[in-house]
Write a protein that binds this ligand. Sequence first.
Ligand SMILES: [Mn+2]
Length: 326
Amino acid sequence: MCKIKLIDVPSEIGAGTRGSSLGVGAIKTAAENAKNEYFRRFPVQHVEHENDLLFDTELEAATPHAKRIEGVVTQYERTSDVVASALETGHFPIVLTGDHSNAGGTISGLVKAYPEKSLGIIWIDAHADLHTPYTSPSGNIHGMPLAAMLGLNEQGRVGFGLRPNAINEQTQKAWEELKNVGNKMPKVDGKDIVFLGLRDTEEEENFLIEDEGMTVFRVEEARKKGMKNTAKQALRVLKDVDMIHVSFDVDSLDCDVVSHGTGTPVPNGLFIQEVIAFLSVILSEPKVCCFEVTEVNPTLDEKRNAMGEAAFKILYEATRVIEAFQ
Ligand SMILES: [Mn+2]
């Protein structure tokens, strides 16, 4: 049986809306209110954040197409060190983060610990997070972590030239640094990325999904097939990789049914029990080496702490599967 290590990364400098740094606290509050022992059983290792950069308007203006990107580089370096050392000491890291840009730090830690192993990623999300500074409409880096892991540059790897942003040198340099954290670039092949719950993407991202051969399970399709069958199919897609990372963005959940307590809520998403069913198969696969939960924002929750409670329920059930099988 594995030793689980919880890692808390309350960074929200990659988000466009404030408050996701409070997300891990909202999950802990949900556990305490349910009188659940979870956070007593698994102590949390904290990773220092750079959220004070949010108050530096000059810094934000310096790299408008990738806001606070130098801070994100620092964050990736810190998180990747903690994740890599958790793996090296025989732990299974469960990473709880503020905004989804942090996933790049987690993944950089996996490749830092195991540079020889090929990586597959299961990305449970309403969004593809495949923008680069060259294509991002917002400049918010939580829409870019997968592009960084793919090592994408100008207009993706493709050169189709859809309204590319004019990037200054400072942004360019920091984007290269960000992609190279973990000393391996690219860290993943497009064909080894599987999405679940995707339903709000831009043209540039759709192009990349198609061009790189990524796999997408949309909500209706997965529901029709059944979540466990969908999970088995996802694992078949990743049958040749050496290790698998699972990243769960709570905006994959249906915001009308569950909660709007996340930065970029989208309707017509997954239900809590569907994510639990999907993960019950995925996390029993021995090649899975890390699980991540992100983007809970209690300041946006119209139902008190409903999103924190949903995330905790999923985290709790996911952890039971990890303990049983990893
Ligand atoms: Mn996301």
